[in-house]
Design a binder for this molecule. Structure first.
Ligand code: AMP
Ligand code: MN
Ligand code: MN
Ligand code: MN
Length: 276
């Protein structure tokens, strides 16, 4: 089971390694089945696929879609998608389109706090100009010494409700699931343990997701505690869903979690990768 990782990022979104390097690192860590899931973007999949073939890693096309749900941002992972599907491609392009203006607003908010030039700084960290996100701003804030590390950048400036935060309307939950299903994929709620939702809201999210046609819950995410994993196993069983697993790896040294290093999926949880 530690050989599966179905959630990670490359330079096509806010990861720090190009797709081929992500795949090579996963392979070196023993991963046998890998999905690249860049935010709202599928441009890195072909490079990852080619590298996976060279490394002898089984590769699954993935994406992580940004969704606004009841005033919260949640992420939905699509696995086994066809990136050429026109509905999915158009949906993702629309989601990405909102990022440019949002980035300008974030830079304005930071300028009002005395941090000038953050947009240019963030751009220098974003290899994909279509995909500027908070992580790129965070890396810039660390680089210029405004904060000591990435976590502090979110805690002090970029996290929800913090002074550099700009609220944004992402995709609807139903649309994100629909695009994934039209593209032949499996939809999974990403890292549910990370959302600031109480237990009733979490059940509401999972129920609505399943009613939209959602398939799975990311039970194993590198940031989940054993307690959270237990709760998510219960939800998978209660709702008759499947379980996914992913590190959400972004960069070496930015978090304690490395690609492909994950706890075991508990038994009695049908994995999404059963038929792959
Ligand atoms: P965005 O889609 O531009 O809002 O950026 C979201 C990304 O920011 C997530 O995918 C994470 O990579 C990163 N992120 C969010 N919160 C934190 C945090 N507290 N610490 C580190 N990274 C975070
Ligand atoms: Mn990210
Ligand atoms: Mn996410
Ligand atoms: Mn992610």
């Amino acid at each position: 089971m530690t050989a599966v990782d179905l959630h990670c990022h490359s330079t096509f979104s806010d990861g720090a390694l190009p797709p081929a390097a992500v795949v090579r690192r996963a392979a070196a860590n023993g991963t046998r089945l890998l999905a690249l899931t860049d935010h709202d973007e599928t441009g890195g999949l072909a490079q990852a696929q080619a590298a996976a073939r060279e490394c002898g890693v089984r590769f699954v096309n993935g994406v992580e879609i940004s969704v606004s749900w009841r005033g919260h941002t949640v992420h939905i992972v699509g696995l086994g998608i066809d990136p050429a599907n026109t509905e999915l491609a158009a949906g993702l392009a629309a989601v990405r389109a909102g990022r440019a203006l949002r980035a300008e607003r974030m830079a304005q908010a930071l300028a009002e706090l005395g941090i000038e030039g953050a947009l240019e700084g963030a751009r220098r960290h974003a290899a994909n100009p279509d995909m500027i996100g908070r992580t790129h701003f965070a890396r810039h804030l660390v680089e210029r010494g405004a904060v000591k590390d990435l976590q502090s950048a979110f805690k002090r400036y970029l996290g929800a409700g913090k002074p550099g935060y700009v609220s944004h309307q992402w995709a609807n939950l139903g649309d994100a699931v629909r695009w994934i299903k039209l593209a032949g994929g499996i939809a999974a709620v990403a890292h549910p343990g990370r959302y600031p939702l109480d237990s009733r809201e979490l059940v509401g999210l999972i129920g609505e997701f399943r009613d939209c046609g959602g398939d799975a819950i990311e039970v194993i995410s590198a940031s989940h505690t054993p307690h959270q994993i237990g709760i998510l196993v219960a939800h998978v069983r209660r709702y008759g869903m499947r379980a996914s697993a992913g590190s959400d790896f972004h960069a070496v040294g930015e978090s304690r979690f490395d690609i492909g290093i994950l706890p075991q999926l508990p038994e009695l949880c049908p994995p999404v990768w059963e038929e792959w």
